[in-house]
Design a protein around this ligand. Structure first.
Ligand SMILES: *[C@@H]1O[C@H](CO)[C@@H](O)[C@H](O)[C@H]1NC(C)=O
Ligand SMILES: *[C@@H]1O[C@H](CO)[C@@H](O)[C@H](O)[C@H]1NC(C)=O
Ligand SMILES: *[C@@H]1O[C@H](CO)[C@@H](O)[C@H](O)[C@H]1NC(C)=O
Ligand SMILES: *[C@@H]1O[C@H](CO)[C@@H](O)[C@H](O)[C@H]1NC(C)=O
Ligand SMILES: *[C@@H]1O[C@H](CO)[C@@H](O)[C@H](O)[C@H]1NC(C)=O
Ligand SMILES: *[C@@H]1O[C@H](CO)[C@@H](O)[C@H](O)[C@H]1NC(C)=O
Ligand SMILES: *[C@@H]1O[C@H](CO)[C@@H](O)[C@H](O)[C@H]1NC(C)=O
Ligand SMILES: *[C@@H]1O[C@H](CO)[C@@H](O)[C@H](O)[C@H]1NC(C)=O
Ligand SMILES: *[C@@H]1O[C@H](CO)[C@@H](O)[C@H](O)[C@H]1NC(C)=O
Ligand SMILES: *[C@@H]1O[C@H](CO)[C@@H](O)[C@H](O)[C@H]1NC(C)=O
Ligand SMILES: *[C@@H]1O[C@H](CO)[C@@H](O)[C@H](O)[C@H]1NC(C)=O
Ligand SMILES: *[C@@H]1O[C@H](CO)[C@@H](O)[C@H](O)[C@H]1NC(C)=O
Length: 840
């Protein structure tokens, strides 16, 4: 018996050891090199290491390195396609790998392109890459057209390798480099890579379009410089290094672990310090002009931006593409140039939904009609490029005249000097983002004059007579035909749809959200099948327009006419701020009134602070960010947008979160939409019990009611409970009563959210300070509450909370309580006026 047992034991041990050893002893994949006379077809069936990622991108590796450790990021070269994966680049990319299996799929571990051969000419399925017998690397499209080649034939190439720095190298018999991708950088630098004198990084046109745009960064003997292309190029960043004639080494910029070093002619490099690398890194010049450093985070399993490498003065508004062409950047917000004293507009946004893509002139500048050129004045506006084309004009009128005389001039910037005649005049031949300046902050006085073209004149062209007569005859006939057609069509249309006329008037307004047909919205919400929430204004449904998820709100109680509705939509649509939920479009057809908003994946704030849904408690840092976001959104509505808007229904259900927990306010402006026809005075108490300010009882309504509600929301966020919570013991049903008691007895720590260990044990003092800010907002006397901009200052640490606070918080809410407080909808609005009616 014993020997049999022993035998069994030995076998088990052996199997166990073999299993443990298996992944290590299994053959490692490693294909970093390729030989001459090899041809690869861009086809998932023929290329062994092909994977498709969940975002729609895909890679098909040709040469692939094994990772340095058992698994992790590694380099490969092969075909890459960005979503929706129709066309391919021959590229070097970083992929997540496993030394046994090859490329692995992790949720956020998509391939990162760090070099591409054919950015401007992507190829299709079945394109071929060939390393020819004579050492040329050649890319041909599926139909055989030559797309790109390394031009290295006849230079005794022996093979190709992707090396451990991510450099694609063609080497010779002695392992010397004949050609390398590092000599032809695209938009990315890798650790160990150098940008030599004369080389440049050029940014993509957009996140999804790898075509080069006009932004580039280049090394010259006197340093590192970044420009936008135009004639002449416009400088936006410079890092000069000293010149020293006695040294001969060319200037270069090297990216290493921990620094970007600029080796000029002096003995010591000039360094821009970077965060030390914990894992793979790359640095990319992006379409907006930023140079960003990314790092793979093993613990989070994704790439994160760890540094914004270059800085411009005075702030990010001085990046050339921050607001696209002709965009004006004000505190990070983009808008189109709008002449102050007229409703006439000369510019329209390139994409109404994305203000940062810039603006386009309604009438392009034409050098044939210089007499119709005008200069629009924008005071306190400045421009990033001040290094070029200083004109010989020291007063304002000369400056304007010299621009009007030269058709290539598209704008001039004039900086006033001490006297009338010692100003400076800069001319610009292509207008990128402009920035508004605070004259007190920057000690200069700068005005921009932007050239526009008046609408085309009807003046006849200078053609010869016969042509003119012939032309006139033909045009007369054509015009006659056109008139007949138009009149006929008009009558037919008029009979068919009486509303069409009215609708046409609004279709073309610039700055207006997109108009959708009811059918289209019915289709994109799958016949209103997926309800996200419900409120007094109507229900909200999930939908999808193209690739974009949206929330469609169907208004039920909108009684006003189409004109008023469209006017309001235009107002709401023109309010754009990152802390306000964006209105994408609308529908006004017959009696249907719908609004289309951006979709907010994490729903409303109440889901995250009341613990009804088993979400883990938010950490303190996130809570602070959310509070600041709400404050900024409200501050914008109250103080920064053209028409002051009181929200009147601030509560967690109206605060929505995107995937990164950025908070945005929903439902602003809607109160106006609904009540326009009722009265100018607020006759109907609106808002939600629990969040109502005391003055609702006295009808003196100002935007300060929002500040009160904000105070309640801050208290809810810090204490992790509802203001009115009937599941609590009777004495603590109302958070505000509890707050009064704890504040008077100096026991505020008692009400800090107990779910959050982070807050209780590490940030107690900060939480108390936040509660004090809330109490300031909750002052009974609305004039003692801070303004929203003061709240923002306190949150940003630029100001402190008022010292002597009145703790006798009164609330209008006890009068109103006792209604159904449970299950508030995710996208909600005030209950209909009938529930909350006050004096009429
Ligand atoms: C390249 O050629 C060498 C020598 O002929 C051979 O050993 C090696 O396996 C080849 N490599 C590839 C990737 O085919
Ligand atoms: C690519 O080539 C394969 C094999 O020749 C063929 O079956 C496939 O249809 C081709 N794909 C395209 C998109 O042309
Ligand atoms: C070239 O480099 C490879 C590895 O990088 C090495 O195995 C080989 O011996 C080298 N050949 C010569 C001629 O140095
Ligand atoms: C990419 O951008 C270029 C230049 O802006 C444009 O011409 C091209 O159509 C764009 N390609 C796609 C697929 O959007
Ligand atoms: C440039 O385009 C490529 C391919 O579309 C993409 O993978 C990469 O992320 C883009 N880079 C930037 C900076 O947008
Ligand atoms: C210029 O280079 C020489 C030789 O390297 C060095 O001795 C000298 O200090 C340098 N001058 C400056 C101003 O850096
Ligand atoms: C700059 O970085 C380089 C490495 O690239 C390092 O050798 C050098 O000491 C650094 N110089 C300074 C002044 O930090
Ligand atoms: C970068 O340098 C730091 C400090 O010298 C080191 O701890 C880290 O491992 C380095 N990172 C890489 C990727 O080599
Ligand atoms: C704006 O006002 C100024 C001065 O009042 C005037 O000269 C200018 O023509 C006006 N601009 C437009 C577009 O009406
Ligand atoms: C600048 O303009 C003034 C008057 O218009 C002229 O006298 C002067 O010569 C010009 N200077 C240059 C450098 O062109
Ligand atoms: C016109 O303006 C452009 C760009 O500002 C400049 O390059 C050019 O020299 C100017 N031409 C004349 C005749 O002044
Ligand atoms: C800027 O210059 C204009 C014109 O000289 C003047 O009216 C204005 O007061 C100046 N502003 C400042 C802040 O100096």
């Amino acid at each position: 018996m014993l020997p049999a047992n022993l035998f069994f034991f030995v076998v088990v041990v052996f199997i166990a050891l073999a299993t443990i050893a298996l992944p290590i002893s299994a053959e490692r994949f490693d294909y970093p090199t390729a030989n001459l006379s090899t041809r690869w077809v861009n086809n998932a069936a023929t290329l062994q290491h092909s994977v498709s990622y969940s975002d729609g991108s895909a890679v098909r590796a040709i040469v692939l390195r094994s990772p340095e450790t058992f698994y992790g990021p590694s380099f490969a070269a092969g075909f890459f396609c960005a979503p929706p994966c129709r066309v391919f680049l021959f590229a070097v990319f970083i992929v997540q790998t496993n030394s046994g299996a090859g490329i692995t799929l992790t949720e956020n571990g998509m391939a990162q392109v760090v070099w591409a051969a054919n950015r401007d000419l992507p190829v299709r399925e079945n394109a071929t890459l060939e390393l020819t017998f004579n050492g040329n690397l050649v890319l041909r499209d599926a139909d055989g057209t030559l797309v790109w080649s390394s031009s290295s034939s006849g230079q005794s190439v022996a093979g190709m390798e992707i090396n451990d720095l991510g450099n694609l190298v063609l080497f010779d018999q002695r392992n010397a480099t004949v050609w390398q991708s590092f000599d032809h950088p695209t938009d990315t630098l890798l650790p160990g890579q150098s940008l030599m004198d004369g080389m440049a990084l050029r940014a993509n046109s957009s996140l999804t379009n790898s075509t080069e745009n006009q932004v580039y960064m280049t090394v010259r003997p006197d340093g590192l410089f970044a420009y936008v292309e135009s004639t002449p190029p416009q400088l936006y960043y410079s890092h000069p290094v000293s010149m020293n004639k006695s040294r001969k080494d060319p200037t270069k910029v090297t990216f290493t672990n921990g620094s970007l070093s600029i080796f000029g002619q002096s003995t010591q490099p000039s360094n821009i310090s970077l965060p030390l690398a914990k894992s793979a890194q790359y640095m990319r010049l992006e379409f907006d002009g930023h140079l960003r450093l990314y790092e793979w985070s093993n613990s989070e399993g994704k790439w994160t931006m760890v540094s914004d490498v270059i800085k411009v003065v005075p702030d990010d508004c001085a990046f050339p593409m921050v607001c696209g062409k002709y965009g004006i950047c004000t505190g990070g917000q983009c808008s189109c140039p709008l002449q102050g004293n007229s409703s006439l507009s000369y510019f329209k946004p390139v994409d109404e939904r994305k203000a940062n893509l810039g603006c386009a002139p309604l009438t392009p500048i034409s050098c044939q009609e210089m007499q119709s050129h005008r200069l629009l004045l924008f005071a306190d506006v400045s421009y990033f490029d001040v290094s070029h084309t200083v004109l010989n004009a020291t007063n304002r009128d000369d400056c304007k005249q010299s621009c009007l005389k030269n058709c290539s001039c598209r704008a001039v910037m004039f900086r006033y000097g001490q006297n009338d005649s010692d100003g400076t005049c800069f001319s610009v031949s292509e207008v990128f983002s402009l920035q508004t300046i605070q004259p007190e902050a920057l000690h200069f006085n700068s005005t921009a004059y932007i050239k526009v073209q008046l609408s085309p004149s009807a003046s006849a062209s200078t053609e010869n007579k016969t042509k003119t007569i012939l032309g006139a005859t033909i045009s007369a006939i054509l015009i006659l035909l056109l008139v007949v057609t138009v009149v006929t069509a008009y009558c037919v249309r008029r009979r068919k749809y009486q509303e069409v006329d009215e609708e046409l008037d609004f279709e073309l307004l610039p700055g207006m959200p997109v108009r959708f047909s009811f059918e289209k919205l019915r289709e994109c919400t799958k016949d209103f099948s997926k309800k996200l929430g419900e409120g007094g204004f109507g229900s909200v449904f999930e939908g999808k327009i193209g690739e974009e998820r949206v929330a469609v709100k169907r208004l039920e109680s909108a009684k006003q006419g189409k004109k008023e509705f469209l006017a309001e939509v235009e107002t709401i649509g023109s309010i754009e701020h990152i802390n306000l939920v964006r209105l994408i479009g609308f529908c006004a057809e017959k009696s249907n009134r719908l609004l289309v908003y951006e979709y907010m994946p994490r729903g409303s704030l109440d889901r995250w602070i009341y613990y009804h849904h088993n979400n883990a408690p938010l950490d303190w840092h996130t809570r602070c960010r959310i509070i600041l976001d709400i404050a900024k959104g409200l501050c914008y509505l109250h103080e920064e947008c053209r028409r002051k808007i009181a929200h009147l229904d601030i509560k967690p259900q109206n605060i929505l979160l995107d995937e990164n927990f950025n908070a945005k306010l929903a439902d602003f402006g809607l109160s106006k939409l609904i009540d326009r026809d009722q009265s100018k005075v607020v006759t109907v108490m609106r808002g939600t019990p629990g969040y109502l300010a005391p003055e609702w009882l006295t009808s003196q309504i100002t935007e300060k009611v929002d500040i009160y509600s904000f105070g309640i929301v801050v208290m809810e966020i810090t204490s992790g409970r509802k203001n009115i919570d009937i599941s609590q013991p009777e004495e603590s049903v109302q958070l505000i009563n509890l707050l009064r008691e704890k504040a008077q007895n100096n026991k505020l720590t008692d009400i800090i959210d107990k779910h959050s260990d982070d807050m209780v044990s590490h940030h107690e003092e900060e939480v108390i300070q936040m509660m004090k800010l809330a109490m300031w907002c909750l002052q009974n006397d609305s004039s003692r509450r801070p303004s929203m901009s003061m709240v923002v200052k306190v949150l940003e640490g630029a100001m402190s909370v008022e010292n002597c606070l009145d703790y006798s918080f009164f609330n209008a809410n006890s009068v109103m309580s006792g209604q159904d407080q449970d299950n508030p909808p995710a996208y909600s609005a005030p209950p209909p006026p009938s529930i909350l009616s006050g004096p009429r």
